[in-house]
Write a protein that binds this ligand. Structure first.
Ligand code: TXA
Ligand code: MG
Length: 503
């Protein structure tokens, strides 16, 4: 297919958008920049074009799309009614990277909402996106312009990597400013709920409007896991082929010193850091491991710059074929969306040949990461791979220091592991889920009854094994004991896995 690329010049010449706007309105697919990421656009009024988007992306049919509009004057027929919270949020954040879920209007076909009675709407601020919407004069659906499961595109090169020759139009206006997808907020419930984290945070929403938004995961804390309210949350996302590890700032240990400790000449490593961390690292190293690839962004460590470059870094380092990517982590509320994307990238391990065992404890900083590291150290090459997650944790906490020390004594390096909350995707992907206590097993079974057969606790593995107590806050001696207990059950667990052909 011939592909036309429109190179945008500033200030924008609207006549440049007439032909492509007309094409979009009459059924063509157009990739275009927004302030967050590039979108793959189609008219929201044409079911055939919308189906074409799903086909091109390989997107599951039950994952709905966002409708893009110029302003709130165009909501008629797109939404059935406007929730109270909308107006004040719109005043504060639109146009911009906030997406509103509202009752669906009669103009919107089933294909857009995947049959849901709600529709997601967003008003992009990026000037080329606005010129395109103005020229098309129709509501435009636009999922991120990547093949499903790949990192979202923040540059035209990424769009071309996935869709060159497969779509007729691409609008090129350089890199996207934000680099992470929009915050999605559900206005159909009370309190309003954030379904996807983005640069617009709950804190900002409260500060600017007084509206208290809750994060959907916090709402379901009691039930531990639930079918996410935003269907897209359950799918694999932002998944480079390499394993991703997060390096968090630590007191008394600079980024560069942490990196030096993480170097391993045996494997090819990719680094994603600021130029200044890299400079410092470089000045301290006498020689570099042969398989080292580096992606830096200019200046000192900076959350917005890191967000802006994250997806490009994951794609670029992946293209180098590295096995392991170390990426800079950030703390604090504002970093939640960045850490969310990074944690998703580090949680995936979907090689069809490899079956997964998922260890679950409470905080995912002591017991379950130790179990993961012990298992992979001993049995990681046998067609099984362990991952771990916590029942009540937030993403991005580093594995506890005593766990690191206890495993170091066994010759195992588990630095760089970070906590992940357990979710349904992990539960359904794993062939076996192993909790540290029978109580945790019961919680998980109750929240995912259809998966209960593959959820066991360590006490179920053999006659000798029993619950493993939380060493959190205790001395190294307790951590050593947990390590030894876990170490002992690993052989029994592996035998159990080999005997359970059905898993
Ligand atoms: O920043 C963005 O939002 C980008 C740019 C291109 O606008 N678009 C984007 O679209 O990220 P997509 O399709 O990759 O992600 C849309 C998310 C998915 O997680 C989807 O499940 C959720 O929004 N969503 C869409 N409609 C929904 C609805 N009615 N209820 C709940 N979640 C919805
Ligand atoms: Mg997407």
């Amino acid at each position: 297919m011939d592909m036309r690329i429109i190179l945008v010049e500033h200030p924008i010449d609207e006549s440049l958008f007439e032909e492509v706007g007309e094409a979009l309105a009459t059924g063509s697919i157009v990739a275009f920049p927004t302030e967050t990421v590039y979108g793959l656009g189609a008219s929201a009024l044409l079911p055939d074009s919308i189906r074409e988007i799903f086909r091109l992306k390989g997107r599951p049919a039950d994952n709905p799309l966002i409708v893009h509009l110029l302003s709130d004057k165009e909501l008629d027929g797109v939404v059935a009614s406007i929730p109270d919270a909308f107006h004040v949020l719109y005043e504060a954040f639109s146009p911009g990277p906030l997406t509103y879920v509202m009752p669906r209007g009669e103009l919107i076909p089933d294909e857009v909402t995947a049959g849901l009675e709600t529709v997601a709407v967003r008003f992009p601020s990026q000037p080329a996106a606005r010129a395109l919407l103005a020229a098309a004069k129709v509501p435009v659906v636009a999922p991120s312009a990547n093949v499903s499961g790949r990192p979202s595109p923040t540059r035209v090169r990424h769009v071309l990597d996935d869709f060159a020759g497969r779509i007729p139009w691409v609008i090129d206006d350089g890199p996207c400013e934000v680099g992470l997808e929009s915050t999605v907020i559900d206005l159909t419930c009370s309190p309003v709920r954030i379904l996807r984290l983005g640069v617009v945070t709950a804190e900002m929403i409260f500060e600017k409007t007084g509206i208290e938004a809750v994060f959907w995961k916090d709402v379901v804390q009691d039930e531990v896991v639930e079918r996410p309210a935003s269907p897209g949350m359950k799918y694999r996302h932002y998944a480079p082929r390499a394993t991703v590890r997060i390096v968090l700032p630590k007191e008394g240990l600079s980024m560069s010193d942490q990196l030096i400790e993480l170097m391993d000449p045996e494997i090819s490593i990719g680094l994603f850091f600021s130029e200044s961390s890299w400079d410092e690292f470089r000045s301290k190293m006498d020689a570099f491991p042969p398989g080292l690839y580096v992606y830096t962004y200019e200046g000192a460590s900076d959350l917005s710059k890191a967000s802006h470059h994250l997806f490009d870094a994951l794609r670029t380092l992946d293209e180098q074929g590295v096995e392991l990517i170390y990426a800079e982590g950030f703390g604090g509320e504002n970093a939640a969306a960045y850490m969310d994307r990074l944690t998703h990238a580090s949680a995936t391990n979907e090689d069809a040949e490899i079956r997964q065992v998922l260890f679950v404890c409470q905080g995912n900083t002591c017991r379950s990461p130790m179990a993961e590291a012990l298992f992979n150290d001993r049995y990681g090459d046998t067609g099984w791979r362990a991952i771990s997650a916590g029942l009540s944790t937030i993403p991005g906490w580093p594995v506890s220091e005593h766990s690191v020390e206890a495993l170091r004594e066994f010759g195992i390096d588990c630095r760089g592991m970070t906590s992940k909350p357990v979710n349904r995707r992990m539960l359904s992907q794993a062939s076996l889920v192993v909790t540290m206590t029978t109580l945790q097993r019961e919680w998980l079974r109750r929240s995912a009854p259809e998966l209960k057969d593959k959820i066991i606790s360590v006490a179920d593995i053999s006659e000798q094994s029993q619950d493993i107590a939380d060493p959190f806050g205790e001395t190294l001696i307790s951590y050593r004991q947990v390590r030894d207990e876990l170490s002992e059950i690993m052989d029994d667990l592996h035998r159990f896995l080999q005997q359970s052909d059905h898993l």
